[in-house]
Every structure is written in C-alpha cells, then in structure tokens.
Write a protein that binds this ligand. Structure first.
Ligand SMILES: *[C@@H]1O[C@H](CO)[C@@H](O)[C@H](O)[C@H]1NC(C)=O
Length: 582
C-alpha cells in the first residue's frame, strides 16, 4: 500500500515535468512583450556540440532580465540553455535600427570570437518557441587572416491575429574584428501580417524534398521485396521439416529414410539438448528482458511520434521517452523474470536488479564520461546535478518497483517450463563441423541482411541527429522498424536451422547474437558516416559521436537480438513438438 502511494506521488511529479513545458499560451495582445531567448552557440558542422550563447563575447541588452527559463527534464538533458537576450521586442511594434549594447573586445574576447568565426560557429535563438539560427560571422574573403563579425540583427516577424507564426533573421553590418576595438551590437524588428496558420508554423523547418526523396520510397520497396523472399524461405524450411513427419502418418507413402527419428540426422538428433538452459542464464534472461523493454518503448514512442508533433516542443521527445521507458519497466520484469524462472534460476532478486539496471547503467556510463569532457570544455551539454538526481530518482522509485511488479507477475504466470522434449542428463558432445557452420560465422553473417534493410533509413536518422534536419517521417520509421523485425526474425530462424542441423544445440545465445549482430554493421556504418558525411573535429565531438553511436548500436543490437531469439524460440518449439508426437 505504502509503495503504491509513493509510486503515485512520483508519477504525479513526473507528469508535472511535462505539464510545465506548456506554460505559454502563445497569444499576445498589441505591445505585449515577446521574449527572445538566446540558446546556444556552436560549430555548424556538429549540431550536438553547444555552448551557452553568452560564453562568446556578445552582450545583453539593458532590458530587465526576467530570470531563467524554466527547463524541462528533456531540455536539461539536451543541453538547452535559454537566457534572456535583453532585447526589447513588442508584439506588432516595429523597431527601427537600435543599439542593443556595446562591448570592448579584450584580447581574450578577440581570440574567442575569431576562433568561433573561423570554425563557422552559429547561434540559435527562440522567439515564442520558434527556433532561429544564424552565423556569428565570416572569414574575410579578401584577407584570410581577418574575420568579419556580424553586428546587426534584423528580425522579420510574421503574425496572424494574436499569434506569432513566422520569424526570419538577417544579419548584417560586418566589422573587421581587431583586439581592443569597441563593437556596437544593433537590432531592428519588422512585423508583417502573415497568412500562415498557427498549427502549421513549424512546417517551414521540415524538409520534404530531403525526407520524401525517391530513394527513401525506393529503399522501403526494396526491403519489402526482401521480406517476401525471406518469409518464403522460412516457410519452405518449415514445410520441408514438418512434411517428413506428416508423411509418416500416411503409412501408405512411408519412405525408407524415416523409419525412426532416433536414427535421423541433423536437428532431430539434438532433441535431448535443445532445451538445455544457456550458459549464464541470469545474464541471458536479463538481456532478453531488456530487449522486450526496449521493444515496447520503441513501438510506443513511434506511435506517439506519429500522432504528436514532438518537434514543436523543445525536449519533449526526450522527456516523453524517459517517461515511457519508466512506465514500460514491467515488461522487462515480466519477460526477463519469467524466463529466468523457466530456466530454473534461483537468484531471481539478483536477476531483477541486473535486468532493470543493465541498460540505465550502460547509458549512465557513457553519459558520465561525456559529461566529464563537456565540463572540461564548458559545453552546455554538461548535465546539471539536479537533473542527474531526478534521473536517479526515476530509476530507483519508478523503474525498479515497476520492474519488481513485472517480475512477480512473470514468475507466477509464465514461470513454468513448457518444453516439448525432455532434456538428457548428459550433454551430447558437439561434433566438429565446417568453419561456415561455426556459431561465430553464423552470427557475423546473419547481421548482413537486416542491416541491408535499414541502412538507408540510418542515413536519414543520422542526418537529422547530427545535422540541421528535423526528423518527422515517423511513418517511414515505423515501416522500416517492422521490416527490420521481420527480416531479423527470418534470418535468425534460418541460421539457427543450419546450426541445429550441424548438431550444435547452443542456439539460445547464437540466435540472440545473430539477431544482434546488425549492430556491428550499424556501428561500422557510423564510422563511415563520421569520416565522409560530417566535418566533425576535436576530442569532444569525437567522443560524443562515438559514445552515443555505440549506445545506439548496442540498444539496436539488444532489440534485434531479442526479436531473433523470440522468433527462433517459437520456431524451435514448433518443430520439436512434432517430434514428441511419435
Ligand atoms: C521569411 O522568409 C521566407 C523565405 O524567404 C519568406 O517566404 C517569408 O515571407 C519571410 N517571413 C517574414 C515574416 O518576413
């Protein structure tokens, strides 16, 4: 009872984090203050490396500051750092060119500013939640050692009724930067009536010509063909293996080679060993439980993303993912705990803790490493201490209890072993076989087709994460995910069939790893992407990129591995339960 009450309180606290995200009504009366928030500045070639805007020698306008923007959890994790610009902008009031502030560039300021300009730094602002980007300056085309700083900002704001629906910024008035000079920053505001509907004001940030390119459609079509082929293949294998048993019932067409299953070659030989628990059952069930968990999160999130337009709310995708992850924790316990019990594991509390913390600890390790580097670089990516506490609290007060609940349910409802063949007491020796039937080879090769079905989508996802594109085609993503699941399932079934025919019964880990090996290819692809599609440089960007890409690949691997294992397990149940009939 006490537990459930504290759980409710936590859920409410979590919910309030999301409700705060909508504190603006987005309706203004004439002459009402419209706040321009300065967000972050960073190199154009890597959207994820960001610093606070005022870490560069800009300066604030003299308008009274109204304190810090109230951040959501997702924003804090994403390094959003909104600070009031001090620029006075009023709804439907045009402002001719006016001074914001002036600043004398010290030597340090000069160094910082010219470094930023030479590395194509750009900064981002928000006006009524609409993002604006612009470059800090440019290298003087006439003299490559000199840099030009843009000192004038012209805002053109479109309004429709009482709402802001469009914002453009143009920068102007280049000055050649020199140490000890005085820079005068100026701005100008022009309001224009606009026909854009408020609901559609984010459309201009989407890029249909990029995302709905022929290539995109073509790749889906291609993968779909592959799915048909693979499903056909699996179907044939099933028919072939089951047909022999079928023939036995019709005594009239008994063939000479199936007089007794005990003497048969191949997969039937290992019927006394296939249902032997895998090595490391605790780890195995924890990983499979995590896989189910991630699977549920991915499907819920894609479904939510198709319905809700997350890109219109900063950080909401991130907050929602954490929320959904916490709520889906029972799946982890239910499937992981149930499986551990079926494998007759005894230390179920340990399994539950390992299962629920496996993935969070992995993320935490990578995030903390990157955090150290961000702190060293003073990047805005550094996660605030309170946010870390919040995450820790969610893990221990929501994820763990829910996981516990799932484990109890799983052990009671799905904890009984239901295997069609008895396990022999003495394990059968595994015969020598050709190198291409060795598990490691099967594992490596199996990842290839699943990778083939997603690598074009990977390009779109990577590009929207590392470059300036908003990913919005979640329908595509949904299709590709489905295709990936089906391809993975088929490929692991086929490869497990080969493994069992070579009389090797260690299919559990093998089917998991066969499904998961797609992550190796994805990681290799991300290296290619880093080298040839991005212009990232420096320790921070490199560690950040490879750290998060590694996490992404591992998560994908666990997910696909689980799908591979689930489908193989049901395939094996099917074919071996036919044996029992004799
Ligand atoms: C912003 O720029 C776009 C493209 O140049 C233009 O169509 C739109 O009218 C501009 N909006 C405002 C408010 O000036």
């Amino acid at each position: 009872m006490g537990k459930s009450i504290s759980l409710c309180i936590w859920l409410l606290a979590l919910l309030s984090i999301f409700v705060q995200a909508d504190e603006h009504t987005h309706v203004y009366s004439d002459n009402e203050e419209t706040i321009l928030w300065m967000n972050t500045v960073g190199p154009y070639s890597n959207r994820q490396e960001t610093y606070s805007y005022f870490s560069l020698p800009f300066c604030k306008g003299n308008k009274e500051s109204i304190g810090h923007y109230h951040e959501t959890l997702g924003e804090a994790l994403l390094g959003v750092e909104l600070e009031h610009s001090g620029i006075d902008i009023r709804f439907k009031v045009n402002t001719p060119k006016e001074e914001i502030c002036r600043r004398v560039m010290s030597n340090d300021d000069y160094e910082a500013m010219s470094f930023a300009i030479q590395h194509d730094y750009s900064y981002q602002m928000y006006l009524d939640d609409l993002p604006l980007w612009t470059l800090v300056g440019e290298v003087d085309p006439a003299d490559h050692n000199a840099v030009l700083l843009y000192t004038h900002k012209k805002f053109e704001i479109g309004y429709n009724g009482e709402q802001v629906v469009d914002v453009n910024i143009t920068v102007d008035n280049k000055v050649t930067l020199k140490p000890n000079m005085e820079v005068i920053y100026t701005y100008e505001v022009i309001w224009k009536p606009s026909g854009i509907q408020f609901e559609n004001r984010f459309d201009k940030y989407l890029d249909p010509t990029f995302f709905q390119h022929r290539i995109h459609w073509f790749s889906i079509f291609n993968s779909f063909m592959m799915v048909i082929f693979l499903v056909g293949l699996v179907w044939m294998i099933l028919l072939r293996t089951l047909n022999k048993d079928y023939a036995r019932y019709h005594k009239d067409d008994v063939e000479s080679d199936d007089n007794d299953i005990g003497e048969d070659y191949g997969w039937k030989q290992v019927h006394g060993d296939v249902f032997r628990p895998p090595s490391y059952p605790l780890l195995f069930s924890s990983i499979i439980g995590t896989g189910y968990h991630l699977l549920s999160v991915v499907f819920v999130m894609i479904a939510l993303a198709i319905v809700a337009e997350f890109y219109t709310q900063r950080g909401s995708l991130m907050s929602a993912t954490i929320f959904v992850y916490a709520l889906c924790a029972p799946f982890n316990g239910y499937f992981g705990g149930g499986m551990y019990s079926r494998l007759s594991g005894k230390r179920w509390i340990k399994q539950m803790v390992v299962g629920s913390l496996l993935f969070p600890v992995m993320i935490g390790t990578v995030a903390l490493t990157i955090n150290w580097i961000s702190i060293y670089y003073h990047a805005s990516r550094a996660i605030p201490f309170t946010t870390m506490l919040a995450i820790l609290a969610i893990c221990s007060f929501v994820v763990l209890p829910l996981n516990f609940l799932g484990t109890i349910l799983g052990r009671n409802l799905k904890g009984q072993a239901d295997i069609p063949c008895r396990i022999n007491v003495v394990p059968r020796p595994i015969p020598d076989k050709k190198w291409f039937l060795e598990p490691w080879f099967i594992v490596i090769v199996s990842g290839f087709l699943p990778f083939g079905s997603i690598f074009i989508e990977m390009y779109f996802i990577f590009t929207s994460f590392w470059a300036y594109k908003i990913y919005y085609v979640y329908g595509f993503m949904f299709l590709v995910t489905l295709i990936l699941m089906v391809v993975t399932a088929c490929v692991t079934i086929v490869s497990t069939y080969f493994l069992l025919n070579a009389e090797d019964y260690r299919w559990r880990w093998c089917s998991f790893l066969s499904g998961g090996s797609v992550s190796v290819y994805v990681y290799l692809y991300s290296i290619y992407y880093f080298l040839f599609k991005t212009k990232m440089y420096g320790l921070f960007q490199t560690v950040f990129y490879f750290g998060y890409m590694g996490l992404f690949s591992i998560a994908l691997g666990v997910l696909c591995g689980t799908v591979g294992y689930i489908s193989t397990a049901s395939f094996i149940h099917k074919i071996y339960s036919r044996i029992k009939l004799d």
